[in-house]
Design a protein around this ligand. Structure first.
Ligand code: GLU
Length: 411
């Protein structure tokens, strides 16, 4: 993943003629905090050593901002790549943040709530010096949710001696979370999908959509795509995918998942694998699961003409080349999934000002900023005759480079 993030930076820097001093500065993170923590399982006698990371790609643009993921294969390279993408994402959206990301190398599905809580609190205590509402603000990502954010907020606040809601975003409403934050990434994805349809004169009510991933991003994307009139024909989770060429009833699928947790066994559809889902005969594909899904070996088999990236890093550079030559339009992750961090920005503002926005306020501002960013990226892509990914990178990297130049260097 680090190779992919740096490869994209190198390619963009080369094409935009970025000054070499700044280019090299951007290739490695400014700060990386690595910890190993003891974690006591529910079986009192078993103590595991767990590895944790928090990477701040920059400190130039404002406090660090980005998610925290719990997954069994998390490593420093992955977290660094994700931190770098957060930098470009925030710059594309003009948010006053520098990119950051964190991770714990553990499978959260194997932990009890008590175990998850102990692990989260110890990790927070271990990295307490590098985080803060003015320093680095975490949010949910793969394998973490609003409950994890609540424990981080509580641990941090207990250390300070007063409540510090601005330490995390994506927290529960009861402790200062924002209306609309949970749905924001999916809302941003679908806003981009609709903008891309408008721009290419596709009638959204005639588009079929396949969505890989049925977590927070995928499920909200499915709901909002269906509400916009598109025909959602396939969705998948970590275990299985479901496909109905006549369209899935998303309310039914939601009910099924709320009762059974997984999609497996859903009656009104055929079963497909996650790999097969990517190659289904659909108009629009939304990868909203994990990285490295669209590669040299399968990109040529993708039938969709529009790909909107809900996940971070789902497409390799080789797949991008194949998509370009096949005329497949890709709305890149650093634009398409930026709705989450944009609503996180709104939440952080609300936490700091102790002033709550209405849900309409959040959604209206979110959609407005997403549309503005889409239009800016798309105009630059046309102007420079490059892909939307290159244009988004030009915009993000260019803004960061300009900020670095303005701030100068110490000493
Ligand atoms: N984890 C999300 C992302 O990758 C959200 C980050 C945030 O809200 O800070 O964009």
């Amino acid at each position: 993943m680090y190779q992919l993030a740096v490869g994209q930076l190198d390619e963009a820097a080369r094409q935009m003629g970025l000054q070499e001093n700044i280019w090299h500065r951007l290739r490695t993170p400014q700060r990386a905090c690595m910890v190993s923590i003891p974690f006591r399982e529910d079986d009192y006698n078993t103590v595991q050593t767990v590895f944790g990371y928090r990477v701040q790609h920059l400190t130039t643009m404002g406090p660090g901002k980005g998610g925290l993921r719990y997954a069994p294969n998390v490593d420093l390279g992955e977290v660094t790549a994700l931190a770098m993408w957060m930098t470009w994402k925030c710059a594309v959206m003009k948010l006053p943040f520098s990119g950051a990301k964190g991770g714990l190398r553990i499978d959260p599905t194997k932990l009890s709530p008590g175990e998850l809580q102990r692990l989260t609190r110890r990790f927070t205590a271990e990295i307490i010096d590098v985080i803060g509402p003015d320093r680095d603000i975490m949010a949910p990502d793969l394998g973490t949710d609003e409950q994890v954010m609540a424990w981080i907020m509580d641990t941090y606040s207990a250390q300070k001696g007063y409540p510090v809601p601005g330490i995390v975003t994506g927290k529960p409403l009861e402790i200062g979370g924002s209306l609309g934050r949970k749905e924001a990434t999916g809302r941003g994805v679908i806003t981009c999908m609709l903008e891309a349809c408008r721009e290419t004169q596709r009638d959204v009510t005639r588009q079929s959509v396949a969505i890989q991933g049925y977590g927070n991003v995928g499920s909200v994307s499915a709901r909002l795509a269906a509400r916009a009139g598109a025909k959602v024909v396939a969705v998948s989770d970590a275990h299985t995918g479901i496909f109905n060429p006549n369209g899935l009833s998303i309310p039914d699928v939601e009910r099924w998942v709320s009762e059974h947790r997984w999609l497996d066994g859903y009656p009104e559809a055929d079963t497909v694998t996650n790999e097969e889902l990517l190659e289904l005969p659909v108009d629009i594909l939304i990868p909203a699961a994990v990285e490295n899904q669209l590669r040299a070996d399968n990109a040529g088999s993708v039938k969709a003409r529009l790909v909107v990236e809900g996940a971070n890093g789902p497409t390799t550079m080789e797949a991008d080349v194949i998509f370009a030559s096949n005329g497949v339009m890709v709305v890149p992750d650093i634009l398409a999934n930026a709705g989450g961090v944009t609503a996180s920005y709104f939440e952080w503002l609300q936490s700091r000002q102790q002033y709550l926005w209405s849900e309409d306020q959040v959604n209206d501002q979110l959609v407005r900023l997403m549309k503005e960013a889409y239009v800016a990226v798309s105009a630059l892509a046309r102007d420079r005759n490059v892909s939307l990914r290159m244009a988004a990178l030009f915009l993000g990297i260019g803004r960061v480079a300009e900020a670095k130049r303005r701030r100068g260097m110490f000493p």
